[in-house]
Every structure is written in structure tokens, then in C-alpha cells.
Design a protein around this ligand. Structure first.
Ligand code: PMP
Length: 510
């Protein structure tokens, strides 16, 4: 079943079939008000292959959401389908709790093959409930048990999942104490400097809190961070900052947990994003792409942390054989075909083109990313600037265009007193761009602190031609959104033309 690429012409959004309309209407009547992506992407996928999704309305879309970064090989890649079929045809049990099976054995072997050397030599893996958030819970529990401490260090803008509430209301819940540290957000640097200096100040803030006996922060059980914040707005941490965090935590016997749920399996240009900086974490959290489109989540950690009791992190659905087979096939394919390197090269080219676009569009405040994890932060250059931090110097993370965009934001250089910082984020414009992208057959995600960052997470199998098609559509959509009366929409949120069924304004969705 080959789905051909769509033509790039704008397709009228009012051509839905009866089935499409009915399904969307029933969804809006029956499903929770908490539904997320369905609100801003009113499509009904019926077939998919690679980058392309075909909807029940007969339209085709280029999918740069990729199941929120899950689909390293795009939809229904032949090696993934083959791996799934093989398990089914073999008569293997599909549900086995956490029992040993040949399928699981092969998955673990493939996973360990990909690990940063020093961790691979001495690692344990815990299979978790199949969502990333459960693996995060497991990681926190592991380091708390191993250290006997309860506090945690985490970062502004971080996103690690949705189960904190569930943990709090469960029996035996611990006292959740989290100290929030500044993440090195170059474009809106909390210290007003950005660049290497902003990252260094973030590190100093951390050591200051940990070493000051009167800081009010007891030695924590662990630090958790994302090497590139995804939902927080595609913010790559500088490699030097990653190494500093490793040094600071190692010197103080604080386990470092790196959440690679979104950055893993080649997405950022290395198989694991920690490889850019050479950081070896104590615990890695993995999900999304490791299941090759199906639900799977694990933590991998240093064997000497393995101090928890049998059953300390149990769960019924920790043995998804199809996900393990699909995931092993995906990881092997990425590894053997150099798809991480390909993501790095293609991502850099896409960032380059987007920065050219930024030079022509003052509403693009910043273009940043790593590999095929790309963010375009939209701003309102006409609104008063200066209340959201300051733009930084260029090149700190090597991947942020903050300095160039400071010009777009209307401020002067950060070393001048008159610098007023980047323009305010434009939630309404981001929503309008997402809507215009959809009208042009392009699915993009919106994220970031103010839901003002358009995010591109295409599959690693993206071809050069497809990348051009994506960027052409994006450029076209941006121009159309700029011309549209997006500012007039109530609540700062644009209403979706095609989203007749939605009663609420678009919310940021994870
Ligand atoms: N960590 C990170 C870095 C994520 O991006 C996400 C999901 N976007 C999660 C954890 C949670 O994963 P899940 O939605 O599967 O629970």
C-alpha cells in the first residue's frame, strides 16, 4: 500500500467526507475535555506510510509530528511491519508480564549495543509500564531507594510526563520535594546574558544551592534533565553545560538521570543525545522510538544503583512483545543505516533554510534545534519587549540562532545597556501557523513555554525532497498566518477554521 506524496497546493478544508465529519463529531461528543492533539489537528487518519498520513477526508498530510517524536522510521516502515508479522506468525505469546522471552532477549541485546560505552559495560534495564512517564517514575524511585534521600533537582521548562499526581495519591507516596533550577534557555536567558555565559551562570546557581549549607536545599536523591528540552520549546542544552551538570552531580554523589524519551534513537544527530557531550548518565529514561511505533518504556542504569526490592516497580503491561520486536528492528535499522548522522546533517540544512526565512520575517524570534528536532519560536515584534528575559550571544549551544534573532526581536546587543530582550512570544500566531500548515497538508506540533514554538519532528528517513516540501509549505503557511487576523482571536488563541467541533480555545498539548 503505497501512499503517494500530496501536491503542495492548498486544499480547501471544507471538503470532508460524511465519514470524516461524523467521526470528528462523535469524538467531540464522547471524548474527554482533556484530549490534546485532536483539538488542533482535526483529522481522521486511515492509512499511513513514511512521512505521509491519509485522512478519511481523502486528503494527504506530511506528518512532522511523528507521534510526538515516536516514529523514527515514519509510519509503517517495512522493517517494523516485518518484525511484528514475524512475532505473530511464530505463535509467540503476546502477553507475558516481565517473563524472559527470545523477543525480549533480542531487544535487550540491541538496546545494550547502542548504549554509551561506560554504561553498556555495567548496565541494568528495568522494563516499565509502557509510557515514558512510568519510566520517569521508575527512575525517581530507583535513585531515591539507592541514595535514601528524597529531594530532586529538576529544570525550568522541563517535561517528563503526566503521572506525578497519580504518584502523590498512591499509597506509600513519598514527600515530593523538587528544587527547580534554571535551564540554559539561550533566547530567553533568565540571567539576561545567554550563550556560554548564561549556561555557566546556570551551573553556578546549581553549585551555589548545593554547597551553601543555608540554601534550604538538602542533598537530593538525583537530578533529572532533558539534553534537548522538547515540549519546553526545543531548547538544546550546550554540551559544556551537560558536562558541567555531570561533573557537579558526580562530585557530590548525586545520580544524574537523563530523560532521552524524545531525544533518543538518532533524533538529535547521535543515537543518544548525551553522546554529543560525552556525558555518561547514571540513569537513562527511554521510551517513544524504542518501541518502533508501539508502547514501550525502560530505564537503563548503573548496576550499583540496583538496590530496590523485587516488585519495587511492577506493572501488568511491561512485556509488550510486538513493541519489543518493532523497537529492536527500528534501533538496528537506525544504527546500521547511519540515520543519526543523516538526521544531524539534514537537520542542520533545515535550520539554515529556516534562518534565511527568519531574516525575512521579524515574527520569527528564534530558530533552533538539534538534528531533526527543530523549533521555530514566534514572537510579536510590535509588542513591548523586555519582560521575558534577554536574547543571548550566538553559537552557545551551536544550534541556536538567538543572536541573529535578537535583531528580529528589536533589541540591541546584550552587552549594551539599552538591550530590552526578545519580543513577547506569540501564542496566537503559532496557532495560526499550525492551522495554515494543516490547510497545506502539513502536520506540525506547537509547544514551548508560551505555546509559541512551532515544532518539527519528522522521521529520520526524511528525504531531501521531502524536507524541501515541508519547508516550502511551512514558509507558505507562515506568510498566510501573518496576513490573517490572528491577533483578534479572543484569549490570544486562534480558532481553527476546520475545527468546528471544538468548544475550547486551542491549548498547549503534549
Ligand atoms: N519525557 C519526555 C522528555 C517527553 O517528551 C515525554 C512525552 N512527550 C515524556 C517524558 C512522557 O512520555 P509519555 O507521554 O509516553 O508518558
Amino acid at each position: 500500500m503505497a501512499v503517494t506524496e500530496p501536491a503542495s497546493a492548498v486544499v480547501p478544508a471544507d471538503r470532508p467526507t460524511v465519514a470524516h465529519e461524523g467521526i470528528l463529531r462523535r469524538q467531540s461528543l464522547r471524548e474527554s475535555a482533556a484530549r490534546t492533539y485532536a483539538r488542533s489537528l482535526p483529522i481522521v487518519p486511515v492509512r499511513a506510510r513514511g512521512l505521509t498520513i491519509e485522512g478519511a477526508d481523502g486528503r494527504r498530510y506530511l506528518d512532522c509530528l511523528s507521534g510526538a517524536g515516536t516514529l523514527a522510521l515514519g509510519h509503517n516502515h517495512p522493517v517494523v511491519l516485518e518484525a511484528i508479522k514475524k512475532v505473530i506468525d511464530s505463535g509467540a505469546p503476546l502477553h507475558v508480564l516481565d517473563l524472559a522471552t527470545p523477543v525480549k532477549d533480542a531487544f535487550t541485546t540491541e538496546l545494550f549495543e547502542t548504549l554509551p560505552g561506560p554504561l553498556a559495560d555495567n548496565a541494568r534495564v528495568q522494563f516499565c509500564g509502557p509510557a515514558g512517564t512510568d519510566a520517569v517514575e521508575a527512575a525517581l524511585k530507583l535513585v531515591r531507594t539507592a541514595t535514601g534521600r528524597s529531594g530532586l533537582l529538576a529544570f525550568t521548562g522541563a517535561y517528563h510526563g503526566m503521572t506525578a499526581g497519580a504518584l502523590d495519591v498512591s499509597g506509600g507516596a513519598s514527600d515530593v520535594r523538587v528544587t527547580r533550577l534554571p535551564y540554559p534557555y539561550d533566547y530567553r536567558c533568565p540571567f539576561g546574558t545567554g550563550g556560554e555565559r548564561g549556561a555557566e551562570l546556570s551551573a553556578r546557581w546549581t553549585t551555589g544551592l548545593l554547597d551553601d549549607p543555608k540554601s534550604g536545599v538538602a542533598r537530593p536523591a538525583g537530578m533529572i534533565l532533558e539534553p534537548v528540552q522538547g515540549e519546553g520549546g526545543v531548547i538544546p542544552a550546550p554540551d559544556s553545560w551537560m558536562r558541567r551538570m555531570r561533573e557537579i552531580t558526580a562530585d557530590r554523589s548525586i545520580p544524574l538521570i537523563v530523560d532521552e524519551v524524545q531525544t533518543g534513537v538518532g533524533r538529535t544527530g547521535k543515537f543518544w543525545a548525551v553522546e554529543h557531550s560525552g556525558t555518561v548518565p547514571d540513569v537513562m529514561v527511554m521510551s517513544k522510538a524504542i518501541g518502533g511505533s508501539l508502547p514501550l518504556a525502560v530505564i537503563v542504569y548503573r548496576a550499583d544503583l540496583d538496590a530496590w526490592e523485587p516488585g519495587a516497580h511492577a506493572g501488568t503491561f511491561r512485556g509488550n512483545q510486538l513493541a519489543m520486536a518493532a523497537g529492536a528492528a527500528t534501533m538496528a535499522y537506525v544504527r546500521k543505516n547511519g540515520l543519526a548522522e543523516r538526521a544531524g546533517e539534514l537537520g542542520a540544512r533545515m535550520l539554515g533554510r529556516l534562518r534565511q526565512l527568519a531574516a525575512e520575517h521579524p515574527v520569527i524570534g528564534d530558530v533552533r534545534g538539534r538534528g531533526l528536532m527543530i523549533g521555530i519560536e514566534l514572537v510579536d515584534p510590535e509588542a513591548a519587549a523586555g519582560h521575558s528575559g534577554t536574547a543571548g550571544q550566538s553559537g552557545a549551544a551551536g544550534e541556536s540562532g538567538a543572536a541573529q534573532q535578537a535583531v528580529n526581536a528589536g533589541g540591541s546587543r546584550p552587552d549594551g545597556d539599552s538591550f530590552t530582550g526578545p519580543a513577547p512570544a506569540s501564542t496566537a500566531l503559532a496557532a495560526a501557523v499550525q492551522r495554515e500548515c494543516l490547510r497545506r497538508g502539513l502536520i506540525v506540533e506547537v509547544g514551548g513555554r508560551h505555546s509559541a514554538v512551532v515544532r518539527l519532528l519528522p522521521p529520520l528517513t526524511l528525504t531531501d525532497e521531502q524536507a524541501d516540501a515541508v519547508l516550502d509549505r511551512f514558509a507558505d503557511a507562515l506568510a498566510a498566518a501573518e496576513r490573517s487576523p490572528y491577533r483578534q482571536v479572543e484569549g490570544g488563541h486562534a480558532r481553527h477554521d476546520t475545527q468546528r467541533y471544538r468548544r475550547e480555545p486551542i491549548q498547549h498539548s503534549y
